[in-house]
Each structure stands twice: as structure tokens, then as C-alpha cells.
Design a binder for this molecule. Sequence first.
Ligand code: NAD
Length: 428
Amino acid sequence: MAEKSSNISGFYKLTVAERLAVVKEYAGLTDEEANMVGNTGALPTDLVDRMIENVVGTMPLPLGIATNFQVNGRDYLVPMAIEEPSVVAAASNLAKIARKQGGFHTSHSGSVMIGQIQLVGVSDPHGTRAKILQHKADIMSRADACDPVLVKFGGGARDVVVRVIETMSGPMVITHLIIDTKDAMGANAVNTMAEAVAPYLEQITGGRVILRIISNLATYRLARAWAVFDKEELGGDEVVDGMVKAYHFAAADPFRCATHNKGIMNGISAVVIATGNDFRAVEAGAHSYAATSEGSYKPLTKWERTKEGHLIGSIELPMAVGLVGGATKVHPTARVNVKILGIKGANELGEVMAAVGLAQNAAALRALATEGIQKGHMRLHARNMAAQAGAPVEIVDEVVRRLTELKKFDFGTAETVVQQVKKERGLK
Ligand code: NAD
């Protein structure tokens, strides 16, 4: 039999239902499977069809609410969209501990993004840099002219920075447009400005522009948070000591540091997704900042002891998130999640996300430094495991109870327990 081809002519022109029928046929999906994919839930089909290309349905994620967050004296319920168990519980637990010593305290460096314009083909890169800077005011007004709405909201060009960098194809002159994008994440806004300004740079310099695109290393858009975690609530001196040493391990070793920062992003990305923001942009910003702000890849958090012996944690990372633009206002669930948060501005949103990242990291460090991550994680994962091992909904709780009693959360034990319970209850 001939191999099936994924070269499907005119797929994009079909309706959502027609595309799904093609995929159903191609992949041999059952009616039930096709209906699962095609169920668009809270998103009307015509809306999803406008959000991305070649749409056939949606991919729902669980949405949980982290409780106990107090940031700058204000309480927040934090929506988190994530497939991984234990993240929401962990954030809520550590936010509760942080409350005892006053909760989270935050700040930000503004809502300013960088647009890069790559100029090549000049023999005098430093002279070229000087010529570009001479026209700074003109460049800024050309950028502003692209987005009167942003300017009306108080945003727009703030500065022009020009760098000469050495590359494999010789020196390049990189112009940074420094743009305040206010309550927008700003990628589209900044990209539009970079494209509009580029011909002017060619005219001033006689060089040739190639790339014109936002940078996700958003160093002018940092969110920061700190909190004190009470040593008694954490489990005493030894636990605090273990947590600090766990951080020192991450600070000294990139293999550990990658996972340390991944744990932080468990919390942050879940809120980024819940609010309809671009999680790839935030992840790229976080890891590139971790890799560059101190010269080599480092933890996004710092952990120390206060003079009373409590644990104090702080976090700083780029937080390019918005309340307007992209999918934030388009996605109906994202809009409701912003309402649940009660957030009024993009900077406030970034700060709450930083607080969540800090709580998440504290939870992971505490679990790792004490019982190990697997105990709590697997207890929560046991529900998924029971279902995977074939437990019908009505026996999932009983299977989880027995696995917890046995303190065994491996798949083999789950299968055995499921069979036992099914047999006892006369289930097939
Ligand atoms: P956008 O263009 O949809 O909306 C931003 C615009 O909204 C502003 O330019 C402004 O004109 C208007 N606006 C209205 N009220 C505003 C207010 N109070 N504050 C600020 N602006 C206001 O979106 P965007 O934020 O420019 O871009 C975000 C999108 O870009 C995301 O979907 C992201 O995925 C995508 N994107 C990201 C990258 C990247 O990160 N590398 C690259 C390209 C595109």
C-alpha cells in the first residue's frame, strides 16, 4: 500500500469540520477521537479558526487556582493552566507560608521592549553608529508614527541604542529601538516600528538592513519579587539550610540550574498561558536573562537567610506580558482569568507572575531538600496513573488511597491495584 502523503493540497481552504474529516480519515480516528479534537469548548469554532491556521479543534488544559497569594499587601487568586500535577498545590502552600512574614513584595523596571535592526555592508561600523545616533530624534518620531494608539496610551519610543558586534560575517551595526509598549506585550508593535525605520537607516548609512525584529531578552522589562519564608513553617533550621544549599548547587552547576529555573517556570508559564500570553516569549526571556545577566547561566532566584534565620528569596526576570494585544483580549477564558486576578496593568501582572515563580521555586527546593520531589509529586500524579492503568472514574479514589498506603506509585503497582479493586467490585 502506498504511504499516505501529508502534502494535502488546499487544506487551509477547508472548513474546520472538513479539515477534521481529512485528519480523521488520514489517522484512522474513531468518531469519539475526532469529536474530542473537534470540541472547541469555550472557544467558538470561528474564533479558533481565526486565531491560528489549519485549525481542526482545540487542546484543552486543566485550569487550577493557586490560593494564598498576597502581593504588596493585596490578595490574589491566581489562575494557572498546566498539565503537570502538584504545581498549583505547591505554589499555594508556599504562598501560605510567605503570608506569615508579610507575603510577596514586588517591583518592575517598566514595560519597555527592544526592537533590533541588523545593518550590514558598511566598511566603517563605528562611523555608521555615530551617524545613526545623530538622527536619534528622527528615528524615534518615525517609530512613534507607526502606532498612534500606543502613543495615546503613553507608550512609544524612549531611546535608540546602537551596538557594533563582531560576527562570523564581519562587523554588524545593530540598532535597538527602545519602545515603551505599556499594557501590550508589544512584539507586533515593535516589529512594525523596526520595519518602518529600517529604510531610513539604509538611507542615512548606505548599508543594507536584513533583520528587523523584537528581542525576547527584554532587559528593560524586568519584574522582581521577594518574600521571607518563616523557618518554623518551612520545617526548621535544617530545612532552611538544605534549601540554601540546594540553591548554591544550582548557582554552581548549569545541569542543576536548568532544572532549578524550569521549576520556576512551572509556575510562571502556567499563569502566562492562563492569561493568553506568549509563553515562548517569556521562557526565552527568562533563560536568556539567566544566561547573560551574570556572565554565565545562573538561577533566576537567590536564596539567603535573614538575621533571624528565616529564608529570604528574591527573583528577577524579564516579563514581557500584556493585557491587550495578541490573544489576551481575544481568548474568552484568558479574559475571565484576568478578571479573577483582578489585575489592572501589565506591570502588575508581571510582578504577580514573578511572585508565583518565587513560591514555586521555594516549594521545589523544600521538597528536594527534605522528602524528595517524588513523594508529593507522585501522590498527586497517582490519579493520572490510576486512570492510565485502566481505572474507571468510580474507583480512582480507592486506587489512589491504596497506592498511598503502599507508598508505591509505579505503573506496575497501579495496574495490579486497579485489577484488584475491579475484581472486588465485580467490574470488567
Ligand atoms: P498587538 O499588535 O495585537 O497589540 C498591541 C497594540 O494594541 C499596540 O500596538 C497598540 O496599538 C494597541 N493598544 C491598545 N491599548 C493599548 C494599551 N493600553 N497599551 C498598549 N497598547 C495598546 O500585540 P503586541 O502586544 O504588539 O504583540 C503581541 C503578539 O506578538 C503576541 O501574540 C506574540 O505571540 C506575538 N509575537 C511575538 C514575537 C516574539 O516574542 N518574538 C514575535 C512576533 C509576534
